[in-house]
Write a protein that binds this ligand. Structure first.
Ligand code: GLN
Length: 227
């Protein structure tokens, strides 16, 4: 049986078709997002060309390697159509490298290959600032579900978050609501790890890897009326 969140279900009844959700499928961990979205009853589109952005309820921008994704965004012709679609209100759930691609300001982008971010999320993102692959870690996060659609569905249970070569989110702008924070070892204070700015939800971690679909469900609840 397919598990369909309440708000999606009501839309699906009126349109008699499942919601169409995209995963940016240029590189990285997009199949894990696709599995979560399929289990939630979505028709999943692997987005590699501009035309595939049409009619999406949600786009997941996965983790992976943001330098490679940045290059492929340009060579695929997706960069500008994607930027315009998100700026016009396409709901997005961006995780890790996906969040790096959305940032307005990047730090730690010091290798020979540079990321050219889309500049849509008012945040400074410090790439790889939690360390290398073997310094990846997991943590239980308290999420402020009131900042997301369907807040009552979130409950009080901690979200088991998987951080892999994670970026650090800093200096969120006035439009950015911090939904979860984490205090890294040695840091003076807790820092944002899950944020929302209108139609964009961005996570420094990988919600698609923890067998907990609450963040994807909330993202599917984003509507034009929400931003
Ligand atoms: N550190 C990677 C980058 O800079 C992101 C890691 C991830 O997506 N898990 O692109």
């Amino acid at each position: 049986m397919l598990i369909v969140p309440q708000r999606v279900q009501s839309r699906a009844v009126t349109s008699s078709s499942p919601p169409r959700a995209g995963v940016l499928a240029l590189q990285g961990a997009y199949q894990a997002h696709a599995r979560v979205l399929s289990a939630l009853g979505c028709e999943v589109v692997e987005v590699q060309r501009p035309a595939q952005l049409e009619g999406l309820r949600l786009l997941c921008m996965p983790g992976g390697e943001s330098t490679t994704m940045s290059l492929l965004l340009s060579s695929s012709g997706l960069r500008e159509p994607l930027r315009q679609a998100i700026a016009a209100g396409l709901p997005v759930l961006a995780t890790c490298a996906g969040a790096i691609l959305l940032a307005q300001r990047l730090e730690g982008d010091s290798g020979s290959l540079k990321v050219e971010p889309l500049g849509l999320l008012d945040l400074t993102v410090d790439r790889n600032a939690y360390g290398r692959q073997n310094e990846s870690f997991e943590a239980g996060l308290e999420i402020d579900w009131t900042g997301l659609p369907g807040s009552s569905a979130g409950g009080t249970q901690l979200f088991h978050a998987v951080f892999i070569r994670a970026p650090r989110f800093q200096l969120p702008g006035a439009q950015v609501r911090v939904l979860a924070s984490f205090q890294p070892a040695g840091a003076a204070a807790a820092e944002p790890v899950l944020v929302r700015q209108g139609n964009i939800i961005a996570a420094a971690f990988h919600p698609e890897l923890s067998g907990d679909d609450r963040i994807h469900r909330a993202a599917l609840g984003l509507r034009p009326a929400d931003f």
